[in-house]
Design a binder for this molecule. Structure first.
Ligand code: 3UK
Length: 526
């Protein structure tokens, strides 16, 4: 292939460059069942890229990925990118109807799916309009036949497609309070922009670092943490396919000795609770950093997805002597654009702008907000998504020329630190993942006993927001503990588990505007 000067391919910069620069024998990926050197990772990517080509996939085609955090995730993701196709990693915790939407909306021609998730698509097989092939992956044995055969036969050599910095590279889906999830399209250069400015610029990531992420690779947060930060500096990453649980995280700390850990507030809370329980059982009176064996290899922790309460930061720091850097990111901006710094931490604040990311807070009059005045956070940077796939109105509302409207309310204090002041819409972040109150309400209303429902965020004992439902029952129905439990069960069965209301309060009526819109802010104030 003869490339022009504008050639740029993300897989070339992140993977092939490491081999060219002599890191071929260095471990790139640690995982439960196997470790991969950079050379082995490159080979896996090349073979997968060649397999895709054999299947008729080429430049600008979409490849959907319903894949757990296993090494082959990287094979498919970068294999697709290398041939100019666009991988679309999808949340593995959703329901069949969600997958039907993603597959038909994106018009992906092929789906790679972890074997454990296959039952999720059985029921929708007949409704898929564009999907041609399904490739099933087992973490240990590899691809199902006949693809395993094709993979084994595939060449270990693969040239990059002639792509450029601005070419479509990958998509991620993001959900809003109303309307269907939006396909967020990122360009080839976006991962490098994030890696250079945030991973190197803020975290000081270097070749000796080993990353571990509680957030899965299909989130923009997890994709950076475990899918490309380490590769951007010739470091190593740890992949684990089990759901992130406190016990499992400590086991991974011990086994793989990460240097940078990326968590979410809920998990930091749960990990501390477990540690405090263990301290108690061991009869430790004043446990502190001196017996911090559990986190001995870490130099830094990161939190994102939702605000990290100062109290959690303080408890973690007191127990382990390690800082947690809270930072805010989004799928649209790809990663963290405001962050605390290792030498400059304000517990309870998001911090200051990532280098080369410009911030502007706009008040209700459309003017730049004063110190301490809340407004909408706008960001100008080079890693912003180009558009939402075939959603023009939403694209226009969010991608406003050079500035991107984050939808977050923020204010800046006199010292220049940025503080999160909630959302402009009613969206909730639960364990770092979006929950739309409208979706939970719609699910509750389907229950035969429910007339109306409203869902708002309520802080639990750790000061982390979880969904609470306010329910108006149909005539003849009586509020009871048992009915509340039944409604929770109903939600658990019909939606991804993290969305169910943790509290149910029965009320006579819901506060509404004259036009009949639920006033969730009035319920929040109750
Ligand atoms: C909220 C936060 C307060 C905020 C993400 C790191 O979460 C990520 O992306 P999403 O698209 O959600 C974005 C929204 O989540 N949020 C995220 N982090 C914080 N609010 N403090 C925080 N530290 O409403 C934001 O608009 O799912 C996080 C890196 C990449 C990401 N995509």
């Amino acid at each position: 292939m003869h490339y022009g000067e504008d050639f740029y391919n993300a897989a070339d910069w992140l993977i092939d460059r490491n081999v060219r620069e002599g890191r071929g024998d260095k471990i790139a990926v640690y995982s439960q069942h196997k470790n991969l050197t950079y050379k082995e990772l490159q080979t896996m990517i090349n073979k997968t890229g060649n397999l895709l080509k054999k299947m008729g996939i080429g430049i600008d085609d979409r490849v959907m990925m319903l894949v757990l955090d296993i090494p082959m995730f990287l094979g498919v993701f970068y294999g697709a990118i290398k041939i100019g196709a666009n991988p679309i990693p999808i949340n593995t915790m959703m329901m069949p109807d969600d997958y039907k939407y993603y597959l038909n909306d994106s018009r992906a021609k092929v789906l790679f799916i972890s074997d454990a998730l296959v039952p999720q698509i059985e029921a929708i097989k007949e409704d898929l309009l564009y999907l041609r092939d399904v490739v099933v992956i087992n973490e240990v044995t590899g691809l199902d036949l006949p693809y395993n055969h094709l993979y084994n036969m595939a060449s270990e050599n693969l040239e990059c497609a002639y792509t450029t910095a601005d070419d479509n590279c990958f998509w991620l889906y993001s959900s809003g309070s109303t309307g269907a999830p939006k396909g967020v399209i990122h360009a080839h250069k976006d991962m490098e922009t994030v890696a250079v400015n945030y991973a190197r610029g803020v975290l000081g990531m270097k070749e000796s670092d080993i990353t571990l992420s509680a957030a899965r690779l299909f989130f923009a947060y997890g994709l950076g943490n475990a899918g490309y930060f380490a590769f951007s500096v010739g470091g190593s990453t740890i992949l684990h396919s089990a759901a992130p649980k406190p016990e499992g995280m400590y086991d991974l700390f011990k086994k793989f000795k990460p240097t940078v850990y990326f968590g979410v507030p809920t998990l930091y809370g749960a990990m501390l609770a477990l540690q405090e329980q263990r301290d108690k059982e061991a009869g430790l009176k004043n446990p502190g950093p001196s017996d911090a064996h559990a986190c001995g290899s870490l130099r830094l922790c990161v939190s994102a997805g939702e605000a990290l309460p100062a109290e959690l930061y303080n408890r973690w720091k007191a127990r382990y002597g390690i800082d947690i850097l809270d930072g805010i990111g989004s799928t649209e901006l790809l990663h963290i654009y405001i962050s605390n710094r290792p030498d400059d931490i304000r517990p309870g604040a998001s911090g200051k702008a990532t280098p080369h990311y410009e911030l502007k807070i706009v008040n209700d009059e459309g003017k730049e907000a004063e110190v301490d005045e809340p407004g909408t956070m706008m960001v100008r940077c080079d890693s912003a998504a180009m558009l939402y796939w075939k959603k023009r109105a939403k694209t226009r509302a969010t991608m406003q020329g050079e500035w991107l409207n984050t939808g977050d309310k923020y204010y800046r204090d006199k010292d220049g630190y940025y503080f999160c002041a909630g959302r402009g819409d009613d969206m909730l972040k639960v364990g770092g993942i979006w929950v739309s109150p409208v979706e939970v309400e719609a699910c509750l209303i389907e229950h035969p006993a429910v007339l109306e429902a409203a869902v708002t965020g309520k802080e639990d004992e750790e000061k982390l927001v979880k969904p609470k439902a306010w329910v108006v029952l149909k005539q003849g129905q009586k509020p009871s503990e048992a009915l509340a439990k039944e409604l929770q069960r109903w939600c658990l069965d019909k939606m991804a588990k993290y969305k169910y209301p943790r509290w149910i309060e029965f009320v006579e009526a819901l506060p509404k505007t004259p036009t009949g819109k639920i006033q969730r802010f009035k319920l929040r104030a109750k």
